[in-house]
Design a protein around this ligand. Structure first.
Ligand code: ZN
Length: 252
């Protein structure tokens, strides 16, 4: 999915586009490794089969493409008509034939890539609204998609792990999550420590008296923070090891 003709020349944005394109290619690879019969199997997301994950990623590309249309034309086109419409669309998509489901993913990804490629440099700063109601510049859609394709590639449960996700993506993801917790105040008494890096990174409730600290390497910590398991992390309370790792606060 090389795009040598992006209209934007902003090096930072081009780097981000590369990360989104790499993630999309990674998701495609993981999806292609699944047989048609495998698609009926469970994903890592409760209540969702792999079909639901593939359908969601396809419709997500279409929804983000609508935001790019909005940025390009100034005509407001929301990602989804409503949260219910979004969920119904995924439920419907999950019933598609394997070939239709794979086509949905492929075509929507190509379409989004073309929309991004052709968006004039100035329009990247135009404001659009996310499904959660946040008003963001169109540039933000690149990160929104990046996050979806990398994390849901793991959710396909076809062998991908958080270790496969590039460190800059993991770092930004962890920042998103811990910022969301801090905004909601759901991280009271919780410290998150990333080890194995030059400077130990710590986030969470730094003012807590006797906090519970969850620690591990970046991939393990992010896996835990997204609510996808506790392999690769340890927990302590007042420096004493805990047998049970506490569940991460809700993220989305
Ligand atoms: Zn998602």
């Amino acid at each position: 999915m090389a795009a040598r003709t992006d209209q934007t020349g902003d090096p930072k944005l081009l780097e981000q586009l590369l990360q989104a394109r790499r993630g999309t290619a990674f998701f495609a690879r993981k999806l292609n490794e699944l047989t048609d019969a495998d698609l009926d199997g469970a994903s890592l997301l409760p209540g969702w089969t792999r079909r639901h994950v593939a359908a969601h990623i396809g419709y997500n590309a279409r929804a983000i493409a609508r935001l790019i249309d909005w940025a390009a034309t100034g005509v407001e086109t929301p990602m989804y008509a409503s949260p219910e419409a979004r969920n119904q669309e995924i439920e419907f998509g999950a019933t598609l034939s394997p070939i239709a489901l794979r086509n949905l993913f492929d075509h929507s990804a190509v379409h989004l890539n073309v929309e991004w490629r052709d968006l004039p440099p100035d329009a990247w700063h135009h404001k659009v609204k996310t499904a959660q109601g946040r008003v963001v510049p169109a540039e933000e859609t690149v990160w929104m998609r990046t996050r979806e394709v990398w994390v849901h590639a793991v959710d396909l449960d076809s062998g991908a792990t958080f270790e496969d996700i590039p460190a800059p993506v993991l770092e930004r993801l962890l920042k998103d999550i811990t910022t969301a917790w801090a905004t909601r105040g759901t991280d009271a008494g919780l410290l998150v420590r990333v080890s194995g890096q030059e400077a130990r990174q710590e986030s969470g409730d730094s003012r807590a008296d006797g906090p519970v600290a969850v620690s591990g390497r970046l991939a393990g910590v992010v896996q835990w923070a997204t609510g996808r398991g506790t392999t690769g992390v340890t927990a302590t309370e007042r420096s004493a090891p805990l047998d049970e790792i506490p569940a991460a606060p809700k993220w989305i």
